[in-house]
Write a protein that binds this ligand. Structure first.
Ligand code: MOS
Length: 759
């Protein structure tokens, strides 16, 4: 069971409920504001990491190992060094000495994908490991010279086979310092006695990251400072980690990343950052290193495969007596990220007995990492398919079965939910989707060559609370405000939503706000991950606002109509402060600052430590509905309709949130039907490292996706909102699989559900 955390008051939380005074006057939050970066993106004005020019810059190409384990026995770089345009060939022989890479989750600001030495010796740890970097005047020259490098290997036996590794023994996986193991009662005994049961094995494959923008850096040593233009979802973490590796002060590394062409968990620090910086140091030249699409597969990890058992025991009325979710996943020995597929099950359903357990094996491969909803994306596939199987066994509608097992409090931690309106989401979804038209008997609805079916599944993703938030807020006499915070824009609408939040708080038009982000020198250590960036940033902005109000009241002094008011009695309207419940007591920012002879006032503030909120079980929820058609001749599955009905607290911007929901669902369609890394278990080599052979959904694969939400504010979060970034990919795989079962009577428990499994 999760550890109980001491209760702490949460009265600091500024307005989980929308403040009606603020809402009436300003009303920015909750409006479908278009993305502020939209015009820059469509006109080509947004600069990405590989687009920043640097004087005297050279281009990098990387040579990769073709064996999984061993050492370099022969290395001939003479031809490459003599090739046209070549400036440097860097191998383990001449790479500068580096400190170990702090691996992600090992420290607050650690962001390395793996902890292995970076080209410090001739040892090989995975098939695809970088072994040489060539710098040349053009990319083509670098690529050509790289092809001339000759490497001979002395191989050692590698562990690259999942089943073989399992035979040698597994270990309980640890995630964020805790074992992935929960138990309540004797679930196996309860299962054995259950009147109705299902007990099945589900498997999910490896997935590789394929953001449109390739992983890239353009960087230079400027004096003692390392200046990095990056594609990054953790700028502050990346700067800190690079400083550790190069053994320099944290402020000697500056990482900026104004735009990111997709991240999904992959735009963290990998070996290419370190190699580019080391090569730039050695060559004394700025370097641009863009991984090729193949290079991304070799250097950047993805999602690990899982084998999951879900066993459910129930009474004839559908109430769960046993809930078992266990299995095995794969990681490397040098990262801290097992795929935590039991996470969604911890809080999904009430059951008399519960057993959750993740075992791991370690393989010699590129380090796996976070991929959108790590744990929940594949965990909900197994759990929610099993619920559907149980519903079928019981003859109970699958929506009804879920509602019957709705928990009153968190079933594993015992904590109260901060807010949970999933039943409302189910009911609204049933209505909207036309669920009553579903025929519960599988394989009987046919239109021409197509069998038609409907399926549903629960979506869920936790509301994480991480330390490290901070923001600077500056307001000028002209009534303009600037927010500075080291966060990220990966396409989700960060700047847009935070501009809405800031404008609303300050009583200013959105045009008066400038939101600066994507720069490691700004305040805050906030990752664009765990679906918590918006909340963490908003909490920081609100903390800064509260501090700013205090400063302004001090500056206003005794001559102001505001004299004597405490900060908590004050709100903003019309570019000034007023008494919250007596708005005519008002003074403008311009007046306060000019009377104080100040051009501007600026504060930096940190929100209270989020640990204070750990006495709630906090999760976003959703109800997913899918309609599929399966061709009786070819087995081809086509998703024809999809609805996500969400309960994610207050929606701050319906336009950007809907886009997040839809994007997650589209990625979920890929997980359900096509995404699969072909990993050769004999050689440890990824055999489909390209978008030609690794399939992701294209337009023809994506039907109209409908999204709705409860919009019920969470009273225990800073803005009433919970995360929306990752939940869309959860539940989607199961909704598709369950619809396919309803259409065909075939239960496919092995992702992806390709047509060969349906013929
Ligand atoms: Mo997400 S996998 O936390 O970028």
């Amino acid at each position: 069971m999760a550890k109980a955390v001491a209760l702490a008051p949460d009265s600091w939380i500024p307005g989980g409920e929308p403040d009606p005074l603020i809402e009436q006057r300003h009303g920015h939050v909750g409006k479908p504001v278009s993305r502020l970066d939209g015009p820059l993106k469509v006109t080509g004005g947004a600069s990405f990491a590989a687009e920043f020019p640097m004087e005297g810059m050279v281009y990098a190409a990387v040579a990769y190992s073709t064996v999984a384990k061993g050492r370099i026995a022969e290395l001939d770089t003479a031809a490459a060094e003599a090739a046209p345009g070549v400036v440097l060939v860097m191998t383990h022989r001449n790479t500068p000495r580096l400190k170990p890479t702090p691996v992600f989750l090992s420290a607050q600001k650690a962001s390395g994908g793996d902890a292995l030495p970076v080209m410090q010796d001739g040892q090989i740890h995975w098939n695809g490991q970088p072994l040489a970097v060539v710098l040349a005047d053009t990319q083509e020259q670098a690529d050509h010279a790289k092809s001339l490098i000759r490497i001979g290997y002395e191989t050692e036996e590698a562990v690259t086979d999942f089943a073989q590794a399992q035979q040698r023994g597994t270990r309980t996986a640890q995630f964020m310092g805790q074992p992935l193991h929960d138990a309540k009662g004797d679930a196996e005994a309860a299962l054995a006695k259950a009147p109705v049961k299902v007990d099945a094995l589900y498997t999910t494959p490896r997935h590789n990251h394929n953001p449109i923008e390739l992983h890239a850096v353009t960087l230079a040593w400027q004096g003692e400072t390392l200046r990095v233009h990056d594609s990054q979802q953790m700028v502050a973490h990346c700067a800190w980690t690079l400083a550790k590796v190069f053994d320099i002060a944290e402020d000697q590394v500056v990482v900026t990343s104004p735009f990111v062409g997709g991240g999904f968990g992959s735009k963290t620090l990998w070996q290419h950052h370190i190699l580019a910086a080391a090569a730039a140091k050695l060559a004394g030249r700025p370097v641009r290193l863009v991984l090729s699409r193949e290079g991304v597969y070799r250097v950047v990890g993805g999602r690990s495969p899982t084998q999951q058992r879900v066993a459910l025991g129930a009474n004839p009325d559908g109430r769960l007596t046993a809930l078992i979710h266990s299995g095995t996943t794969v990681k490397t020995a040098h990262n801290a990220m097992p795929e935590p597929f039991i996470l969604p099950t911890r809080s999904a359903y009430t059951a008399e007995t519960i057993l959750l357990d993740v075992q791991q094996v370690e393989l010699d491969m590129v380090s796996n990492t976070f991929m959108r909803a790590p744990g929940e994306a594949v965990g909900t596939f197994a759990l929610e398919c099993a619920l559907d199987e149980l519903a079928h066994e019981l003859g109970i509608d699958p929506v009804e079965l879920r509602i019957r097992n709705e928990p009153k409090e968190d079933p594993t931690s015992g904590l109260p939910f901060s807010a949970r309106h999933i039943v409302e989401a189910w009911r609204a979804g049933v209505e909207r989707f036309g669920w009553s038209r579903r025929n519960p008997q599988p394989g009987v609805v046919r239109e021409g060559e197509w069998l038609v079916g409907m399926g549903c599944a629960t979506a869920t993703y936790p509301y994480y609370r991480m330390p490290g938030g901070a923001a600077r807020l500056t307001i000028t006499r002209e009534g303009r405000a600037t927010v500075d915070v080291a966060v990220h824009e990966m396409g989700m609408g960060t700047a847009t939503v935070q501009t809405q939040v800031t404008a609303e708080r300050l009583g200013l038009p959105m045009e008066a706000i400038r939101f600066n982000y994507g720069d490691s020198t700004l305040p805050g250590v906030i990752m664009a991950g765990g679906s918590q960036q918006t909340a963490a940033t908003g909490a920081s902005v609100i903390a800064a606002y509260n501090k700013l109000v205090g400063e302004l009241l001090t500056l206003a002094g005794n001559d102001s109509t505001l004299a004597g008011l405490k900060p908590e009695e004050v709100a903003s309207r019309d570019a000034g402060l007023c008494k919250r419940d007596e708005p005519e007591r008002y003074e403008s920012y311009a007046s306060i600052l000019s009377r104080a002879r100040r051009d501007e006032v600026s504060v930096v503030a940190e929100p209270p430590q989020p640990l204070e909120m750990m006495h709630w079980s906090m999760h976003s929820h959703g109800a997913m509905f899918c309609e599929v058609r399966v061709n009786v001749v070819t087995g081809e599955p086509r998703v024809s309709r999809f609805l996500g009905s969400f309960d994610c607290g207050r929606i701050l911007n319906p336009k950007t949130a809907a886009s997040q929901f839809r994007g997650g669902i589209i990625m979920g369609l890929g997980l359900a039907l096509m995404e699969e890394t072909q990993f050769d278990e004999r050689s440890g080599r990824i055999m489909n490292p390209s978008l030609a052979e690794y399939h992701v959904p294209v337009h023809l694969d994506v039907p109209e996706i409908d999204v709705i939400w409860t919009d019920i504010p969470d009273p225990h979060t800073p803005m009433g909102a919970r995360g929306v970034g990752e939940i869309g990919i959860t539940g989607t795989g199961a909704a598709v699989a369950n619809a396919i079962f309803n259409a065909t009577g075939k239960r496919v428990r092995d992702l992806p559900i390709t047509l060969d499994k349906l013929m």
